[in-house]
Every structure is written in C-alpha cells, then in structure tokens.
Write a protein that binds this ligand. Structure first.
Ligand SMILES: [Zn+2]
Ligand SMILES: [Zn+2]
Length: 81
C-alpha cells in the first residue's frame, strides 16, 4: 500500500517560494482540512507546476504549502510510495 512519506514524517517537502526564494512551510494534507476547516477554501491556491497531474490512481497526496514571508499558498502533490 502506498503511503505519503511526508505525512508519515519520513520526508519533507522542499518547495521554494518563487517570489521570496525561501522555503515554504508544510501545512499538512489538504484532505485534513476539507471537513473541519472551510476557511481554507478562501485562500487562493495556486497549483504548483511540478509536472504531476492530479490523479487518484497515481496516489498523490496534496499538501498545503504556505510561504511564511508573502503568505502565498501552494498545493504540492507528494507522490505516495
Ligand atoms: Zn501527505
Ligand atoms: Zn513568498
């Protein structure tokens, strides 16, 4: 069974904000917010162009990444392994 190494604490997302050139902070898996955290829908989420299309069969784990400097939010798709 595929697992997300980031969710399991075995890896970290290394995504740099293109504007500030600093490392963004992982705010966790998007699914965790869907039911209980509706305010997050108001954040404009820009899809990170990392060459991976969203596809459930590919077992991707979408994480919210927030830049601590400019507060931009991104979705980073972690490939489960
Ligand atoms: Zn994950
Ligand atoms: Zn930034």
């Amino acid at each position: 069974m595929a697992i997300c190494l980031v969710c399991n604490g075995m890896s970290q997302i290394d995504y740099i904000c293109q504007t500030c050139h600093i490392r963004t902070v992982d705010f966790g898996k998007i699914m965790d917010y869907e039911d209980s955290y509706k305010p997050y829908e108001e954040i404009e989420v820009a899809k990170v162009a990392n060459g991976i299309e969203y596809d459930r069969e590919e077992q991707l784990c979408p994480h919210y990444m927030i830049c601590p400097s400019c507060s931009s939010s991104f979705v980073y798709q972690v490939k489960e392994q």
